[in-house]
Design a protein around this ligand. Structure first.
Ligand code: FPP
Length: 272
């Protein structure tokens, strides 16, 4: 017994730490790598759309200002982009700012409009290296000039990349998108550019997502079960996955869990 106590004394804190790092922690990351390979044996959603909710509550739980939650949430976007790319997901659409978010207090809006600059200022070189293409849906013309500049630069610098598309829904609202499409259809009909009946395929070409397939999987965090004016047309046959996890706490394991659940679903598109 005395000998055993002496053995543990000798091990000390540092050694226990390194044992943890070598075996337990390494296992956790290799678990993610193994899981990615397992998941890739089955159908991986081509297009994943995410409503990143819960930043404010995450901050409040820690007695931090709401913007601290947004900042943490921004880092999660990077983490999830990396793993989505490893999974060979083709498009990741993230709802970063809705047309309704202008109703928030001015300092919060200003902070949110600075985040794309910070995100792209920090991570653009890595995104380029990982062959990611940055895209945006939403009303570009009414976001601040400094935000426009950052997003435009990222889109220009990555336009030839053919890996994952990281699509920011920024100043995006689905009803406005649909109305805008309807008005453009009317204009084209008036000008005689459209003579046939408008089909779903033709109408889709008037939406901001014209070059993208509809999302296969929608994820919303933070326990809210609603769409909040997000991709209403495009989500018609999308599989949805809701979690109570707040966006800043969302990690690789949660994404893998959502995809595994997606792989268990049977998509019938109204058929049998
Ligand atoms: C909703 O949470 C979240 C938003 C309105 C903003 C989401 C933005 C990010 C995650 C960062 C964007 C990142 C980049 C790269 C531009 P909420 O504030 O409504 O949370 P609450 O419901 O808990 O208050």
């Amino acid at each position: 017994m005395i000998l055993l106590n002496r053995f543990f004394d000798l091990l000390g804190d540092y050694n226990m730490n390194s044992i943890w790092k070598r075996f337990v922690k390494k296992d956790a990351s290799s678990n993610v790598t193994d899981k990615i390979e397992q998941i890739k044996e089955f159908e991986v959603p081509q297009h994943i759309a995410i409503i990143m909710d819960g930043n404010g509550r995450w901050a409040k739980k820690r007695a931090l200002p709401r913007v601290a939650g947004h900042h943490e949430g921004m880092k999660v976007v990077r983490k999830i982009t990396r793993i989505a790319n490893k999974l060979d997901v083709k498009i990741l659409t993230v709802y970063a700012f809705s047309t309704e978010n202008w109703k928030r207090p001015k300092p919060e809006v200003e902070y949110l409009m600075k985040l794309p600059e910070e995100f792209l200022g920090t991570f653009l070189p890595e995104l380029i290296e990982e062959n990611v293409r940055v895209e945006m849906i939403g009303d570009f013309s009414s976001i601040p000039t400094h935000t426009q500049r950052a997003v435009q630069k990222a889109m220009d610098d990555t336009k030839d990349n053919d890996g994952l598309i990281l699509n920011f829904a920024l100043n995006y609202g689905s009803r406005a998108e649909i109305l805008n499409a309807v008005n453009n259809v009317l204009k084209d009909v008036e000008q005689g550019n459209v003579k046939e009946k408008i089909t779903e395929d033709i109408f889709s070409q008037y939406l901001m997502t014209r070059s993208l397939p509809d999302p296969d999987l929608l994820i919303r965090t933070s326990g809210e079960i609603r769409l909040s004016n997000f991709m209403l047309w495009q989500l018609a046959y999308t599989e949805m996955w809701f979690t109570d996890v707040l966006w800043p706490d969302f990690n690789e394991t949660h994404l893998l869990e959502a995809i595994e659940e997606f792989q268990k679903r049977s998509r019938r598109y109204g058929g049998v």
